[in-house]
Design a protein around this ligand. Structure first.
Ligand SMILES: C[S@@+](CC[C@H](N)C(=O)[O-])C[C@H]1O[C@@H](n2cnc3c(N)ncnc32)[C@H](O)[C@@H]1O
Length: 267
């Protein structure tokens, strides 16, 4: 089956432009802090953040005085990234770019990284090739990718029950299975992976649902495309996921959401 990646990418770009992903990204700073620490980013290193959103991984690298370039295909998120960097008083450059066709020369960066961003690119081979290509020999590539059995994996399945994912494209969460990661980065890199968790804390499962329904592009798009009954059913499905993963004795929501941290050493 032939897959038109350009059409799918265009559609996804419009979806990520809905709501305001930055409101979600700002709650998940753990992912960037952890990945940048694991990558051991040093001052002065050239760092590329791919599908950077509002700079979750870029900021911790910029705080280490690295020379960081944040890229994403949603310009408004890069505006937010610059505003956050200004607020923190750190230097951050931004550039609009599709993760599957990075507009940089071979070997430009010491470190190429992405937290829960690049994993969504539909052409997984092109993404692995591009992230590897722009990383210098001896450099490091890092990714944080939601696992298929995580709360976010269940969230995507709940959405997928109402809005079928594009045909012929492997699920993004394949990027969190060791086998697929080795298949994709294996030709370019030596790989190490570890399973981690990211804290999601909300006042309640319902508050988490309201938050994602308002701000998270993929959920905003899914609700918009459904009639009243479909919306009610999707809301029930998502609430079930957030309640199952996040119930806590004090009634608030507390989920530790699993993801795979990937460090790939460029040959
Ligand atoms: C869940 S957000 C993660 C953003 C950020 N890395 C973080 O950790 O908060 C996914 C991001 O990937 C971006 N994205 C998805 N596919 C992309 C692609 N093919 N090229 C560039 N950006 C992409 C979206 O615009 C969005 O900002």
């Amino acid at each position: 089956m032939s897959v038109d990646y350009a059409v799918i990418t265009g559609r996804q770009q419009r979806v990520w432009s809905l709501g305001d992903y930055g409101k979600v990204g700002s709650l998940l700073s753990w992912l960037g802090e952890s990945l940048v620490r694991r990558l051991d980013v040093h001052a002065g290193e050239a760092v590329l953040d791919v599908a950077a959103g509002n700079s979750n991984a870029s900021l911790p690298a910029a705080r280490r005085f690295a020379d960081v370039l944040a890229t994403d295909y949603v310009p408004a998120l890069l505006d937010e990234a610059r505003a956050r960097a200004d607020a923190d008083g750190v230097r951050l450059r931004t550039q609009v770019a599709d993760a599957q066709a990075l507009p940089f020369d071979d070997g430009t960066f010491d470190v190429v990284m992405s937290t829960i961003g690049a994993m969504f690119a539909p052409d997984q081979e092109a993404l692995a090739r591009e992230m590897s290509r722009v990383c210098r020999s001896g450099g490091r590539i890092g990714m944080a990718n939601w696992t298929p059995d995580s709360m976010v994996g269940d969230m995507f399945r709940a959405v997928g029950a109402h809005v079928p994912p594009p045909q012929g494209v492997l699920p993004a969460s394949m990027w969190a299975t060791g086998e697929r990661v080795h298949e994709l980065f294996g030709p370019y890199c030596k790989i190490s992976t570890s399973r981690e968790t990211c804290p999601f804390r909300f006042p309640s499962p319902q508050a988490c649902l309201d938050y994602f329904r308002t701000w998270y592009g993929p959920t905003v798009a899914a609700f918009r495309g459904l009639d009243d009954d479909g919306q009610a059913s999707l809301a029930d499905g998502l609430l079930e996921v957030f309640t199952r993963h996040g119930s806590s004795a004090d009634g608030t929501m507390a989920a530790d959401v699993s993801y795979l941290e990937v460090i790939a050493y460029r040959s």
